[in-house]
Design a protein around this ligand. Sequence first.
Ligand code: ATP
Ligand code: MN
Length: 467
Amino acid sequence: MEKISRTKISELLKREDFGTMVNVKGWVRTKRGSKQVSFIAMNDGSTINNVQIVVDIANFDEEKLKLITTGACLSVNGVLTESVGSGQKAEVLAKEIEILGTCDNTYPLQKKGHSMEFLREIAHLRPRTNTFGAVFRIRHNMAIAIHKFFHEKGFFYFHTPIITASDCEGAGQMFQVTTMNLYDLKKDENGSINYSGDFFGKQASLTVSGQLEGELAATALGAIYTFGPTFRAENSNTPRHLAEFWMIEPEVAFNDIYDNMELAEEFIKYCVKWALDNCYDDVKFLNDMFDKELINRLKGVLDGSFVRLAYTEGIKILEDAVAKGHKFEFPVYWGVDLASEHERYLVEEHFKRPVILTDYPKEIKAFYMKQNEDGKTVRAMDVLFPKIGEIIGGSEREADYDKLLTRIKELNIPMKDMWWYLDTRKFGSCPHSGFGLGFERLLLFVTGMSNIRDVIPFPRTPNNAEF
Ligand code: ATP
Ligand code: MN
């Protein structure tokens, strides 16, 4: 076959130099036609749109054409032609076809309309569907938007460790990392495991958050963000939790809680706008296929500002709703850790806008959050979104050494693990704030998908680590 340099379908569909010889490569989505002519819809992943390949059957070997089945991979040389019926401006009139890979009828993606559950069982092939192609292109674009946003604001991308020896968010949610022989574990007289012979000489785990190390960096470089994998062994089989997810954690010296809220709002709006501006074909596809309100919801977040509300006020609104007969699955009272249904009520029913809820009871938040004067609440902020509930969790950090130490002692957090963190408050302490955005929660919002397993290529959840 004549060597012509390949044009990606995303580029090809924009071209107007009809009559030019081009080469396209990709996978067959469908083939239809008559005795004289075949129409092959081909996709190469560069765009949601297929290119139509027109095959004049008389010019090709019949046996070869039989091998062009759904899923087969082709390289086609042909003439770029103005299209009349394909829904696109351009199509390709085939001159030479090479079959790079055949695909027999055991290929599971023959028919359209598979359930999301079935597609999870074939996660190795699901990127070839329109839906997952769209989701993963949007995923890439959101990662770029995030780096661009922070880079343009002068934040430094800081890499925090994935393996850590401190469990600072709360025990029991961490995956242990060990090279010890589990078939021959030595325990001491108290039944405790002696980790001194383990790889790191102490108990180590996969990180649940890069925040503490992020704070070290922010109190030196001024403004940083992390963007990396995060692991939580929480056995919550919900459509919003993964055991392995990606988190973005900006941390900024000298920012108070109000600056923090402004940053969160600006950041998330930037990402949503980026999706509308740069991924419109994919977003439109998902809007039309799954969720007719998607584009409206995305635009809705961009107009107007997020509601800012204290937790105590939020509880009052929820209690009022209960008094008026609204049924929640979980109880509402001051001190409760809000469930997603409560968060969504505030956002979807009451305010009809995203809500930043602040000043939570200290008992339900982490030890490092700045304590308010009332002695009961902390300067926490959760950003609550339609359909999702919590998308961001953050706070102003406690900058006072003594207050922080007291809280660490109250909560029985092992001090010896925290010495390096306390040093930030000992040596030139400063007010600072930050938050964590779950990347997949953002993607749930932007794609309108309803299960978090469908916005990450290979989801890790309880009892599932296939692929
Ligand atoms: P939730 O109450 O929803 O479990 P969280 O309070 O445990 O969240 P944080 O510890 O504040 O969450 O983490 C910051 C952000 O990370 C959350 O706002 C959310 O977007 C995301 N996140 C937390 N846990 C998970 C998870 N298991 N899977 C995916 N994203 C998560
Ligand atoms: Mn959680």
